[in-house]
Design a protein around this ligand. Sequence first.
Ligand code: ADP
Ligand code: MG
Length: 677
Amino acid sequence: MTYFANDDISVLRGVGSKKADALRHMGINTLGDLLDFLPVDYREREDFVKFSETVEGAYALIKAVYTGEGVRGYGRAGKWTLNFFDGETAFPVVFYNQPYIKTSLKENSEYRLYGRIYPGLKKGSKVLIAPVIEREDKAQYLKSGVYPVYALPVKNGIKQKEFSSWISQALKETAITEDIPLKISLDYALMSAADSYKAVHEPESLKQARDGMRYFLMKKFMAFHYGINISKSDREEKGRKMDPSYSAEFTASLPFELTGAQQRALSEILSDMSSGRRMNRLVQGDVGSGKTFVAVAAAYVAARNNVQAVICAPTEILARQHFEKYSRYFEHFGMRCTVVYGTMKKKEKDAALKLISSGEADIIFGTHVLFSSGVEYKDLGFISIDEQHRYGVAQRALLENKGISPHMLVMSATPIPRTLALSIYRDLDISIIDEMPKGRKPVITFLFNSTQDAKAYSYVRQAAAKGLKSFIVCPAIDSEDMENVNEVYDRAVKALAPYKTDFMTGEMNEEKKKEVMSSFAEGDTAVLVSTTIIEVGIDVPKAVIMWVKGAERFGLSQLHQLRGRVGRGDDQGYCFLQTDSGKSEALTRLSVLKNTTDGFEIARRDMALRGSGDIFGYRQSGKSGDISEYAVQYPDLFMASREALDRLSESDDERSAALFDRIREESKKYFSSITMN
Ligand code: ADP
Ligand code: MG
């Protein structure tokens, strides 16, 4: 052990000033920060294979000797073909725009290669494209078995391989302090700190990774409970008493009738709002079950009772979409609507803020910037927060600090079991919408393997010919070992011409996203290739096909959410789940979706089947740290951590006191980080 957790990351070999800056950008300044950057997912590499055993479309791990540069063929500039020999077969490996690869390879040395197999130019031939590569005698990253995946921002240029090598150095050379009191570790079956770091970053099995996570989650959960205890509001707290009768005129103005389940939820909401107590209610319902309309109706009632109502969405695209879609229902009654989001032009934003502070705006759409200090309300009396439970608790706390105590509605499509929901939200009441609007046809789901692109494309073309839209969703965080947006987009453009294909990723700026989205929703873009950023709540009535690449990478509930994005209009929706995985567990898991459309049932089956499988099935790629996601995966630990926190606060030994202090700090950070930006 040569280093301490407080040491600067630049002490690591391979971290020069440029890389250090990139790490600092990710909030990683010290070795401790680096080690605390936990994987968002785990994957498994199969054993080494010979080139002759590889399968087109699948990823393969191969040991082979570099035998020299191949013939420069046609094709793009910057394309290199290098030859390898695995003791049996000589085969080509293609790299794009990586001239340094060639100079860094030594002829007749052995390497490990990991990448995807594609069809070659000659019929029946295969080629390995852009693999990750490592010298055999120095190999530490490319191994068979379980390996972690980190959410590294694509733009900062850090690769999984080098990040892992830093982690590995830091693990070896950093002295790790035990911070959880032994008694608590023992009683809740936690591994030691040192073992836990090793287990999550360099696990020997998924089970070990999962066990190691418990140590980190115990602290996270305690910080969460600490924060909630502080912000816990009194259930009997007074709330503004409102007249609920206005809801009738609003629902009468809708072009359809509310479903029975919507009516039930709405009447529960209205009875809260007219009770004289403050409402704190969670509405759970599957994607497309009509939650947003229920919130809109409640907002209308609030506004009729002379307060301002906020309808908050998790993304800017969605906030704008809600504003555009729902404003007219309010304007019909002479109400004034406005919208606020982070990247708005200053002039527009100032104008909106003025409408809000003067009280001219009755209904306010937007993202969570609506809760930042720059927004002054005249009289805020109602908030609905869509699809993002994580903000609910913290934002309520923040508003309380401002002395505002509105009625609060949180909407969620994640089927959280009731007992857990009650514990996450403590003082929340729950309404469930368990019925779909009439006339909605269930989406038809197919399982495809990776050689069936042609079939899927032909469906997409048929849809495009009728003016209907298709999504193609890729699982990529980075391009190293799975299908990514760029690659799939290139292929789709060729396969689908003359229909227009476009793409969208989370890293695009909001202006660009808006442009792409509106051309897809209303313009001539027929096909949108993207990551799961389209998962949350986007409404494109003409979308009929949801084609998910690498479907085995996703949790079932997440796939179900994606599927809910299509077939929302009159046309039949289709979902194609495409997987390379020949593993029977993967196929069994995916076939659950083929056979059921009930989100709660799917969540239950997912949990039951997952067991040793994908441990972060609820992950939204690239984002981690949502307490409710973790709580759903580790329900027992989540419940137990409440009691552990009590015990910690009652002990007065040094370690307990130090940990308690840290948890208090963590808690502040957690609750303020989710209310920023
Ligand atoms: P959620 O928020 O639960 O995903 P939405 O409120 O966005 O669902 O509703 C999904 C779609 O169904 C929207 O296009 C909406 O206009 C429509 N819709 C909602 N309620 C009904 C209903 N009772 N009858 C017919 N269509 C409805
Ligand atoms: Mg919604």
